[in-house]
Design a protein around this ligand. Structure first.
Ligand SMILES: Cc1cc2nc3c(=O)[nH]c(=O)nc-3n(C[C@H](O)[C@H](O)[C@H](O)COP(=O)(O)OP(=O)(O)OC[C@H]3O[C@@H](n4cnc5c(N)ncnc54)[C@H](O)[C@@H]3O)c2cc1C
Length: 412
């Protein structure tokens, strides 16, 4: 693990040569750094650096660049076009790309449904969908939650009824991130109401251009467009787009949720965000040396730094367990709980730097939806602060993560 704490490579330095002798990952890190310094990536990095909202365009460009380099899927096995990297390489990839302000990979394809398809899908489904996730040409979203079925997901009511070679879907999904810019939605639907409620759930892959689908935006407090309602009225989906057996959707859903809560990108991104916030505090100390709250801000920064280091250790141990197939749900829940609350803490520092007058003016002044190109870093961080309030809700609330952890410790 020692290698991962080393600072960025500056090729040709004597220190670097000495490190290359002892560090088996020095050459790999150098390749990563060289790649992130490619001039073609500069416009993407500017968007990330200024904390602007990332949309499909940026995520696709990044995925295509990674695909061209052969690094499209750090977490996939080689047989499906993945890199086959080991733990250190996977973490180094996240660390170097985050430090260079490259975008994170779009998670719904590579991180979520891709591994589920590999694990539970038919050969035909794998051939149809995996290549387009890899090369960034098809964009996915997750249709799990419904009004009345969020934390208690198994209470979902949307139905799929088999009719010849199709399933016919009816119902409503809510909070569907990125549905407005996605091609495909993986969704949980009820195929039976017999027995335990979990037993009647199936996982279907739905092309979003199918007749009968209506997507309506939900505007969140940060004024950006992330989430949607998705209405399904007699939507016909080929039965071959069922993943796993009918009624086995809950197994796939849990497999996916464990991976959703274990996002290797989270901690290096937190570290980078903390750097940005620390720079803001430093600027503020120069421009307003008498600021009374500056010492408490510094203390919060030190605490955040220690917490990011702790999160990093948790993440590395969780990835290790995932690689060996021994990852417990409680471990990914603990990481999700810790990282989401830490991200709120870090951007909360930035928000407080801006001061109460600024915060009071912020919401009315923010542009509607996505037009935010000319905002400065403080304002972008304030958007981020407001959006990050959802971090402890999306992907399962903090209370739900605590329940998962408690069940593991005390038994259910
Ligand atoms: C920004 C954002 C993006 C999202 N993206 C998606 C997406 O792409 N796809 C998708 O399917 N969903 C998505 N969601 C939905 C998200 O998964 C749900 O909001 C979440 O699971 C909570 O469900 P709920 O909103 O129905 O709240 P509820 O489940 O009704 O919870 C309300 C409150 O009760 C508490 N609570 C509920 N049950 C318990 C319990 N057993 N013990 C203790 N406390 C409990 C909760 O912690 C919460 O505080 C997103 C949500 C947000 C905010």
């Amino acid at each position: 693990m020692e290698t991962m704490t080393q600072s960025k490579i500056s090729p040709n330095s004597a220190t670097e040569e000495a490190r290359a002798v002892t560090d088996p990952y020095a050459d790999f890190r150098r390749q990563l750094v060289e790649f992130t310094e490619s001039p073609a990536l500069a416009p993407l990095k500017d968007i990330v650096r200024s904390n602007q909202k990332l949309s499909r365009k940026e995520f696709s460009e990044w995925q295509k660049a990674l695909f061209a380099r052969g690094w499209a899927a750090p977490n996939w096995p080689v047989q499906y076009g993945g890199t086959g990297w080991d733990l250190q390489q996977r973490y180094l990839f996240e660390e170097v790309t985050a430090a260079a302000d490259c975008p994170p990979q779009y998670h719904h394809g590579i991180g979520h449904i891709g591994p589920v398809i590999m694990h539970f899908g038919t050969e035909a489904i794998k051939r149809r969908f995996l290549p387009r996730i890899l090369d960034g040409s098809e964009h996915w979203c997750q249709g799990y939650s419904e009004p009345g079925a969020g934390s208690d997901l198994a209470s979902l009511k949307s139905t799929a009824v088999r009719d010849g070679d199709d399933y016919v879907l009816n119902g409503q999904k809510i909070w569907t991130s990125h549905a407005h810019e996605a091609d495909m939605m993986y969704t949980l639907v009820r195929t039976s109401s017999e027995g335990r409620k979990q037993a009647g759930i199936s996982l279907l892959l739905v092309p979003l251009n199918t007749p009968g689908i209506e997507i309506r935006p939900i505007r969140t407090i940060d004024q950006w467009h992330h989430v949607n309602e998705v209405f399904l009225s007699n939507v016909r989906v080929p039965a071959e787009y069922l993943v796993g057996e009918e009624g086995e959707g809950w197994k796939c859903a849990k497999f996916l949720l464990d991976r959703e809560r274990l996002s290797p990108a989270t901690v290096p991104r937190l570290a980078r965000q903390l750097e940005q916030v620390s720079d803001l505090v430093a600027q503020k100390m120069t421009s307003s040396p008498g600021l009374p709250s500056i010492h408490s801000l510094q203390e919060r920064l030190f605490n955040a730094q220690a917490s990011v280091m702790a999160a990093r250790q948790m993440l590395l141990s969780a990835i290790q367990e995932e690689i060996h197939g021994t990852l417990a749900s409680s471990k990914s829940s603990a990481l999700k709980l810790y990282a989401s609350e830490l991200s709120q803490h870090i951007v909360g520092i930035a928000f407080d730097i801006a001061g109460p007058e600024y915060a009071a003016r912020l919401v009315p002044e923010m542009p509607a939806m996505d037009g935010a190109d000319d905002l400065d870093i403080e304002r972008q961080l304030s958007h981020t602060y407001l959006f990050f309030r959802s971090r402890s809700i999306a992907g399962g609330t903090s209370e739900v993560q605590k329940n998962v952890i408690a069940r593991d410790i005390f038994g259910s």
